[in-house]
Design a protein. Structure first.
Length: 295
């Protein structure tokens, strides 16, 4: 649009240099349309000069004839031309698509869109403008908007090119970085019987009734670090004794444990258990566990 406006200024200045129009004078619709037509004519003359010459010659040749024979007369345009199949014609000096829609109830621009070359700065600007005006939509949407007014030779790939170069789209579609996880510890990878390397955590509490009283009970969840198998024992409280009892029952059932990893994230039940274990308790626990293993 800015390009159009600048051109408009120049045209104004060229026409009447003494004009009192300043740069702040708003442009009229007619002036903008004229500027746009001038730009279109300019790039069409750049890229389709041969075709335009042929069409002008055709028109001259058919001027003496009546309309029917003029229609039947074949154009001398090269068949290899990119726009040969578009049945082009010239109106007000602008090259437009022919076709059979003359009687359709749609705007004149849609019936006979302006032909634009693919590789042109103006074409790129027009595509980008449509793309941004529609809120950075995809190819199909941009194409249908463009076809209301323009016929771009090789439009699909031209639009794809513009969208793939759009910074905003690239940024919004970029994939987020992912954290690379550290190597797994050895005890997760060493082949061993199930429940040789074990993690443990608590869940709960659940409320159970004994007679009229209600008690809290916890689940002690043992998981095999290698095979991901799960074993659940009841812990009657968050006391250390209760945990040791659960551990004993677990070992009696599943066999000796080589390494026990206590999952004690802050704010979990297990961390409270771990906090209540004094150093002596921990020593005692490992001593007893070892006794179980050797049994
Ligand atoms: Zn975009």
């Amino acid at each position: 649009m800015r390009v159009k406006a600048i051109l408009q200024e120049r045209r104004l200045k060229g026409k009447n240099p003494d004009s009192s129009l300043s740069e702040d004078t708003p442009l009229e619709v007619k002036e903008i349309e004229d500027a746009e037509a001038a730009i279109l004519r300019f790039i069409q003359n750049q890229k389709f000069s041969d075709e335009i010459q042929v069409l002008l010659q055709d028109r001259k040749a058919s001027e003496g004839l009546d309309q029917d024979s003029a229609v039947r007369k074949k154009t001398k345009m090269r068949r290899t031309s990119h726009i040969y199949r578009l049945d082009p014609f010239i109106a007000d000096g602008i090259l437009r698509v022919g076709g059979r829609l003359s009687n359709a109830d749609i705007s004149e621009d849609s019936k006979h869109p302006v032909i634009l070359p693919r590789k042109s700065h103006v074409t790129t600007l027009i595509i980008r403008h449509a793309h941004e005006q529609l809120g950075h939509v995809g190819r199909g949407h941009v194409l249908s908007r463009l076809r209301e007014k323009y016929w771009i030779v090789g439009a699909t790939s031209a639009v794809r090119q513009v969208i793939s170069a759009c910074v905003t789209c690239r940024r919004s579609k970029a994939s987020t970085l992912e954290q690379k996880m550290a190597d797994l510890p050895q005890d997760r990878l060493t082949p061993a019987p199930p429940f040789t390397y074990v993690g443990v955590d608590y869940f709960g509490p659940y409320f159970v009734k004994e007679g009229r009283k209600e008690y809290k009970r916890y689940g002690a969840l043992f998981t095999c670090l290698v095979s991901r198998a799960v074993h659940i024992e009841i812990a009657h409280s968050l006391e250390t004794d209760s945990f040791l009892n659960a551990l004993r029952r677990f070992i009696a059932r599943r066999g000796p444990v080589r390494e026990l990893r206590i999952v004690s994230d802050p704010e979990t039940k297990m961390s409270r258990v771990a906090n209540r274990c004094t150093l002596e308790d921990a020593k005692e626990e490992s001593r007893m566990t070892r006794a179980f293993i050797s049994d």
